[in-house]
Every structure is written in structure tokens, then in C-alpha cells.
Ligand binder design. Structure first.
Ligand code: ADP
Ligand code: MG
Length: 561
């Protein structure tokens, strides 16, 4: 058997090089040997350990598995092992599957435009096998007579009988033969985060399958078979998170949507919770994302992002999945009707918000933002709407955006780390996070402590919050932790910038929301605290906190000058 494969390997190397003739010898153009072709394909399909995980999970899904177990070592750099209980492969197929363009998922050209499986390009396994040390163990359902195939850098090393159930693929030492690629891999933890993202995506789109992820011998995710998408979202993110979402089920010709989207008051500071799936395949599509945003028009505060999990089912004949090797992008036959379908489905599920009034900003030539006058406790003021405070002062009129002002004050307090007034909670709060958030929060607990937030590990993706700054006791602590986490995950920035970003996020959560009407003393306090700030004129996001119209300005506006 081994002899046969040695020969095959030889043939494979030579196949594709043109038979010797003088003319050809002189030609500059060469047809690449197979191993090199596979390495080139791997360049597109396999970017990092998470890409291997994604491809192997997709194969297990296509094989009809109901239980998929993933094991990794060193962020997947040393080992990625995916085991399933799917239909397995016959001996012949176990060898064929490493050949380029070998797939059981397409038969005719028509099939390419009617794709109902996750895979179809027949290039994942040969690509992976060309850049790693791979061992495949598989047995067709009900036989137990399996085979194991070992292949290294594209060359078959061993083929043996190996009784087994389902399919297991072990991928060791990714990019062992491409140092340039290996160099670009990030820290183990970062690679693990990418893997968690891929597993999470597949777990979301396949609630009928159980998943587990073990990283460096620790159980990282355990997601048993669920009976609905709703249950699956709860398994991954917890009840509290689910309560902030509305379920939407809509249908039109050739299109169906089952989705969970943010309620009208549940927005985030990042796009970490936005997922779009077409026929169970996670994709990126700016147009569909835009449709979702536009459904929140008039309710979405600036720089906030809605949560959405959109699962669209479309007739596969009207969508082209064969756009990019990683199958992340798609092309639709009728993009516009999908846009409108998504937009109106979400919009109709949300309570009709009063559309915000168009607001024309005052021309800066007549507005002076410098404001220097004493605020007294007796200062008279009025509210304009429920967000702005207007007061007359020395020689003019001051307008304060109370939310922006509060944000500035808190932001500076958090940065200075004084006056935070952290309190031990009588009843510590349990906060369930996604696994990725949970890890990054625990790793950075000391920064949180500086901000007056004391936490402990409670296991199972849950954090116990023991102390909080007084100003945060009423705030949405889950939202705060998850914002902080996404900031830390994204943040390769130097320490100082990370701290500033965190302080801004926290400040933003607690500050007086538009609707709170302050009392006389509170307004005075707000104004004098603002006056004490280092940069009192802007909130941490750069919006103005106060605008001053001097008598001079007013005269100009009334054309008295
Ligand atoms: P594709 O998925 O695009 O067909 P792959 O290279 O990923 O290409 O896999 C090649 C073939 O190997 C698949 O078409 C399938 O028949 C078989 N295969 C791969 N993984 C599994 C698995 N876990 N269980 C059963 N068959 C598999
Ligand atoms: Mg595949």
C-alpha cells in the first residue's frame, strides 16, 4: 500500500510538468507542480488556525454530524483536532479527499449554482495537508472498519487500518513548511479568540448540533444540542442578553428570515454582536448590515450599534457563493429586494419611535464655545427638550448638553482614579459573558480595579462583580463589561490609550441619559464639576458639552450689528 502511495506521490510531483521537448525547455512559463498549486490555494483558504477549524467544522456539518468536538493546543498552532459522528468515508475516499478539486458535493455545473452544502470547492483538505502534518481517521457509518491516512506537506506518509466511528482530522504544526506564514501568526490567545469566533458562528447557525471546544486541556466551550435558535443564543450568551432582543420571523417570495435583533433601547458601543447568515453560512455583507442599521433610524444614538443575528434563507439559485475562496462573500441576484425585506422586517417589529427632529447646527461664526462664568446654586435654568439646559449668565446665554457634560466629568474622574467612591456590593452581581469576553475581562481585572470595578471568576463564563463605583450601581454592568472587553480585544494600543478608551466607555454608560431631569442642586453640581475639568468643552467623543452665546453673538444674530 505504502509503495503504491510513494509512486502516486512521485506521479503527483511530476504531473503537470510538460513532457520534455526542446521548445518547452526554452519556455519561460511553467505549469506548477501539484504540491505548489495546493500551497497557493492554501494561501487563500488557510490564513490562520481558525481557518482550519472553520473548514473542518464545515466538513463535519456536511457529513451530517450531530456532535462536533474540537481540541486545540497553543492557539491551534501545535494542534487542531476536529472529531465528528458524521457519515465518515470509505477507504478510497479517505485518500481521494486530499486531492485538489475532489469533492462529493458537486456533480454537474448546475450544482454550482444551487449549493446546499457548506463546502463545494474541494480544496480545503488538500490545502491544509500541503501546509501542515495531517492525520485523518474515518470509517463509514455502521462499519467500524476505518482507515487512517497520514499526510505531511502534501505527501502521503502512511495508510493503515484503524477501527473508528465518524471522522477525526488532526492538524499539527500549521505552516511548519512556510516560515513566512508562521511568522504572521499572533499570540496563542489571539488565535484562540479567532477560533472561538468561528466555532460560535457555526454553533449559532446549527443549533441542532452539539459543539465542544477544549483549549490546552481546558474546556472552553460546551454547547449541547439545542431545540431552537433562541435556546442556542441563550446557551452562548445567557438569558439576560436574550431579554434585550426581539425575535422576528418573516417571509416573502423566495426569502425567509428568522432573526434576533436589539430592542429599541439595547445598543452597544461596538459591532461585536452582529451576525449575518445566508442559508446557514456566515457572511459579510455591508448592504444587509446597512439595511439593519437603517431600520433603527431615529432611535440609534450616535456611535452606537444594534445587536443583530440575521438568518436568511434564500433560494440557492439566486445567490452565488462562489465569490471568494473563504466563502465569506456572496453575490445576490436581487440585492435590492433583500435590502428592503430585511429593513422592513426589522422596522415593523420595533415600536414606532418618534423620528428625531432635523437639527441644524448653529453656524460656528456666531457661536463662541468659550464659557467663563460662575455658576451659583441659585442659578436659574430651563430645560430645552429633556437633554439641554439653558441658563443665562454673565453677558449671555449658555446651553449645556447634560449627557455630554456628565460624560466629560466622569471620564476625567475615571482617568484620575480619584473620587471614584467604589462600594462593595451587598449582593454581588453575577454577569454571564460570551467566552471570549469572559477571558479578556479576567485577564485585565487589574485595570478594572483601577476604575473601581472589582471582579472575581465564577467559572462557566460568569464573572462576579463585587465592587462598583457609586455612579455605576444602577448602570447596565453587563453592557459595560462587554464594551470593555471589545475594547480590550480590539486594543493593540499602548496602555494609556487603552485606559482612555475604557474610561470613555464606562463614562458613557453611566452618565445621565437624555430623559433624566435634574434638580436645581444637581444642575449646579454638574456645572461646577464641568468647570473643574481639564477639557470642559467637549465630551470624550469630541462632541461639545456647552455652547455659549455672548451678547455680542446675539446682537449679530439679530442683525443689530
Ligand atoms: P469540500 O468540502 O469543498 O467538498 P474538502 O477538501 O473540504 O472539500 O473535502 C473533500 C471531501 O472529503 C468532501 O467533499 C467530503 O466528501 C469528504 N470529507 C471531508 N471531511 C469529511 C468528514 N468530516 N466526514 C465525511 N466526509 C468528509
Ligand atoms: Mg470542505
Amino acid at each position: 500500500m505504502l509503495e503504491y502511495h510513494r509512486k502516486r506521490n512521485e506521479e503527483k510531483k511530476n504531473r503537470g510538468t510538460i513532457p520534455v521537448s526542446d521548445a518547452v525547455e526554452m519556455s519561460q512559463i511553467k505549469i506548477l507542480p501539484i504540491i505548489l498549486r495546493n500551497k497557493i490555494a492554501a494561501g487563500e483558504v488557510i490564513e490562520r488556525p481558525a481557518s482550519v477549524v472553520k473548514e473542518l467544522i464545515e466538513n463535519s456539518i456536511d457529513a451530517g454530524s450531530t456532535d462536533i468536538q474540537i481540541e486545540i493546543l497553543y492557539g491551534g498552532k501545535r494542534l487542531i483536532k476536529v472529531s465528528d459522528n458524521g457519515k465518515g468515508m470509505e477507504r478510497e475516499d479517505a485518500l481521494l479527499c486530499f486531492e485538489r478539486y475532489a469533492t462529493s458535493k458537486l456533480l454537474t455545473e448546475d450544482d454550482l449554482f444551487n449549493i446546499r452544502t457548506m463546502g463545494f470547492r474541494g480544496e480545503a483538505l488538500p490545502s491544509i495537508a500541503s501546509v501542515a502534518k495531517v492525520k485523518l481517521v474515518t470509517a463509514p457509518t455502521g462499519t467500524y472498519q476505518g482507515v487512517s491516512v497520514e499526510i505531511q506537506g502534501g505527501e502521503v506518509r502512511a495508510v493503515k487500518d484503524s477501527p473508528s466511528v465518524g471522522t477525526t482530522v488532526e492538524v499539527r504544526d500549521l505552516f511548519f513548511n512556510i516560515p513566512a506564514r508562521r511568522k504572521f501568526l499572533k499570540a496563542n490567545n489571539t488565535e484562540l479568540f479567532h477560533i472561538i469566533d468561528r466555532v460560535t458562528e457555526n454553533a449559532l447557525s446549527h443549533y441542532e448540533i452539539g459543539f465542544s471546544l477544549v483549549s490546552d486541556n481546558h474546556e472552553t466551550l460546551r454547547i449541547p444540542v439545542a431545540s431552537s435558535l433562541k435556546e442556542r443564543i441563550m446557551q452562548i450568551y445567557g438569558d439576560e442578553f436574550l431579554n434585550g432582543l426581539i425575535e422576528i420571523n418573516t417571509e416573502a417570495t423566495h426569502i425567509k428570515m428568522n432573526s434576533f435583533v436589539a430592542r429599541e433601547n439595547n445598543f452597544r458601543n461596538s459591532k461585536a454582536y452582529q451576525f449575518i447568515f445566508i442559508n446557514k453560512r456566515p457572511i459579510r455583507d455591508p448592504s444587509i448590515a446597512h439595511a439593519a442599521y437603517s431600520a433603527y433610524e431615529g432611535m440609534l444614538p450616535q456611535k452606537k450599534h444594534p445587536v443583530f443575528f440575521l438568518f436568511l434563507t434564500i433560494d440557492p439559485r439566486t445567490v452565488d457563493f462562489n465569490v471568494h475562496p473563504s466563502k465569506r462573500e456572496v453575490r445576490f441576484e436581487n440585492k435590492e429586494s433583500i435590502y428592503h425585506f430585511v429593513q422592513s422586517s426589522i422596522r415593523e417589529a420595533l415600536p414606532q419611535a418618534p423620528r428625531s427632529m432635523p437639527y441644524e447646527s448653529l453656524s460656528p461664526s456666531v457661536v463662541s464655545e468659550a464659557l467663563e462664568f460662575e455658576y451659583k446654586t441659585s442659578l436659574s435654568f430651563i430645560y430645552l427638550g429633556d437633554a439641554f439646559i439653558a441658563l443665562s449668565g454673565r453677558e449671555g446665554l449658555a446651553l449645556i448638553d447634560q449627557h455630554a457634560a456628565h460624560e466629560r466629568i466622569l471620564y476625567e474622574k475615571f482617568l484620575r482614579g480619584v473620587d471614584i467612591n467604589s462600594h462593595r456590593l451587598l449582593f454581588p452581581k453575577q454577569v454571564r459573558l460570551s467566552h471570549k469576553e469572559y477571558r479578556v475581562i479576567l485577564q485585565n481585572s487589574s485595570i478594572l480595579r483601577d476604575f473601581g470595578i472589582e471582579i472575581d471568576d465564577f467559572g462557566h463564563d460568569t464573572i462576579i462583580v463585587r465592587s462598583l463605583p457609586e455612579v455605576l450601581t444602577e448602570a447596565d454592568i453587563r453592557g459595560i463589561l462587554s464594551d470593555i472587553a471589545s475594547c480590550l480585544i480590539a486594543g493593540v494600543a499602548p496602555d494609556k490609550e487603552v485606559r482612555e478608551a475604557l474610561a470613555a466607555k464606562i463614562a458613557c454608560h453611566q452618565s445621565v441619559r437624555g430623559k433624566t431631569i435634574l434638580k436645581q442642586e444637581e444642575v449646579s453640581q454638574l456645572l461646577s464639576d464641568l468647570q473643574d475639568c481639564l477639557h470642559p468643552d467637549n465630551c470624550p467623543h469630541g462632541r461639545p458639552t456647552r455652547i455659549f452665546l455672548s451678547l455680542e453673538d446675539l446682537k449679530k444674530m439679530f442683525k443689530r450689528k
